[in-house]
Design a protein around this ligand. Structure first.
Ligand code: NI
Length: 182
């Protein structure tokens, strides 16, 4: 079982790598990693389990956060109290996005950033992602609001970018009035 300590911390240079495209069929190892990542995110969002296994809660995880420089990420999204939808995006890209920009009022979090960071991370309010599923089928996924933010955050990881990179330390709330807070 994956533990919080297995997830790379921001000080680890591997998080700065640009991950490589995945070739199909997936290796057994990648399938196992995907299952492990989903299990972690699911358990981490259930208070009883997160406490029992000492898991820091998170909704998204990219392969590179486990030191695997491959272009895939998973998201476990609680769309209703206690109900979760799993998303597995392999070789993902944004094929369209809204003009409208949003940001998370309380700031974004990341399982690789183990300190509070204040500031605005501008994100598209809506995105359409193109990606491949585990069988190598092309899929299109539309997302809005917090799920859209999560996809953009994870896609950044595949390009070696952390959410903190988007924040100007001299003016962390720059552009606040031009975006909608969620
Ligand atoms: Ni992250």
């Amino acid at each position: 079982m994956l533990k919080t300590r297995d997830i790379l911390d921001e000080a680890d240079k591997r998080l700065r790598l640009v991950s490589k495209e995945v070739k199909f069929p997936l290796t057994k190892e990648d399938k196992k990693n995907i299952d492990t990542m989903i299990e972690y995110l699911h358990n981490s969002q259930i208070p009883k389990l997160s406490e029992e296994y000492d898991l820091r809660p998170g909704m998204g995880l990219s392969a590179i956060q486990l030191g695997i420089p491959k272009r895939y990420f998973v998201v476990v999204y609680e769309y209703e109290e206690g109900k979760f939808e799993n998303y597995i995006l392999i070789n993902p890209k944004i094929i369209s996005n809204s003009m409208e920009m949003i940001y998370v009022a309380e700031g974004e979090g990341c399982l690789s950033v183990n300190r509070p960071v204040e500031g605005i991370v501008p994100r598209f309010a809506r995105v359409t992602m193109e990606a491949y599923d585990m069988d190598g089928n092309k899929v299109h996924i539309r997302a809005r609001e917090d799920l859209a933010i999560c996809f953009q955050h994870e896609l950044d990881h595949l390009n070696g970018i952390l959410f903190i990179d988007h924040i100007d330390p001299k003016n962390p709330f720059k552009g606040k009035d031009e975006m909608r807070e969620i």
